[in-house]
Design a protein around this ligand. Sequence first.
Ligand code: XLS
Ligand code: NI
Ligand code: NI
Length: 436
Amino acid sequence: MSYFNVESVKYEGAGSNNPLAFKYYNKDQVVAGKPMKEHLRFAMSYWHTLAAEGADPFGVGTYERPWNKLDGIELAKEKAKAGFELMQILGIDYYCFHDVDVVAEGANLQETLNNLDEMADYLENLQKETGIKLLWTTSNMFSHPRFVHGAATSCNADVFAFCAAKVKKMLEIAKRLGAENYVFWGGREGYETLLNTNMELELDNLARFLKMAVDYAQEIGFTGQFLIEPKPKEPTKHQYDFDTATVLSFLRKYNLDGYFKMNIEANHATLAGHTFQHELHTCRINKVLGSIDANQGDMMLGWDTDQFPTNIYDSTLAMYEVLKNGGIAPGGLNFDAKVRRGSFQLDDLIYSYIAGMDNFAKGLLVADKLLQDGVFENFIDTRYRSFTEGIGKDIVEGKVGFNELAEYALKNDEIINESGRQELLETILNNYIYNA
Ligand code: XLS
Ligand code: NI
Ligand code: NI
């Protein structure tokens, strides 16, 4: 059965008025030496696309999804079919899922694991039939009430063990389905109040858990890249994986750096008080840019609204970082985004993915042009030129200390600075967006 009455969404170019066509995403068009699809590596998020119902804290679900009348394993299989159909229509090559997205939990842990195996068989077949691949998978350790006090950071050791069983199974499935990455987003890994929390033990336990995952992956021969997805708040008030800088210091303390990179989500960056580009840039200069959850928040709202990304500044500057990083593979751009509650018709899914894909394709084109012309590179090089000669060069090369510098400063105390030209640079960026 077919769910969407659309055969395929094709590239028609910027002049097209067809709402079911791409205006910028032309998957085989070569940009900076390789086809667009290889730069962008778009992925469908299973949870927002197939499992979500459009509920909010004040109302029940609104999404009209024909498969919702089913239940059990039948529902699970129809959702999978609908998802693969959608990806084929859009020409999306990858998908991502949590264990509970593909099939509901069973009556006990053993039944849950069996259901997962059955769905892994089913997904494996769909992957073979369509050529669609698994960008990453993960385990949901935040929705069920058992995770009320945390998952790997729970005060309850039985919960820690339960999580180990879930992640063990998902690593096996990741291996079997050829997942290119494995994500940890610590939804409940944080705390509400220090009046009842042993933060030191919780962080030690989180590190223990991640080390066990690394060890188990080695044991079974799963070679995908491990990723941590930072988020500063929501659901817990203090999340342990607040942002890239926090995660990096955690990994370094426990000697886990080298095993993990970051999965950067735009909306999480902004919740942390950073721009999306700041997080990507911090990853890039620390060589831990792993993958991207492409979405956007709403500047008026203080939570993770997970909207489809339509902001051209963000997509341009994100692709600028990705290009400077030499690409995002084996990561990709996963649309961790959901349609608004009012966009409840099935075809809204297609319009939303087109919006996100076109926005990032255009962002890629602009970023490529900016880089070709060295727009910011040239400006930045000139701005820091004092460190390429004279005393600046000595500083960089470690040839001077406070004694030499103080001596120098006494003779050179008439400081001359230059403008940072922010507004000029913003205008140049605008012009590239208009014209690229
Ligand atoms: C929630 C996160 C989640 C992760 C995967 O805010 O973005 O969806 O991407 O667990
Ligand atoms: Ni995410
Ligand atoms: Ni999120």
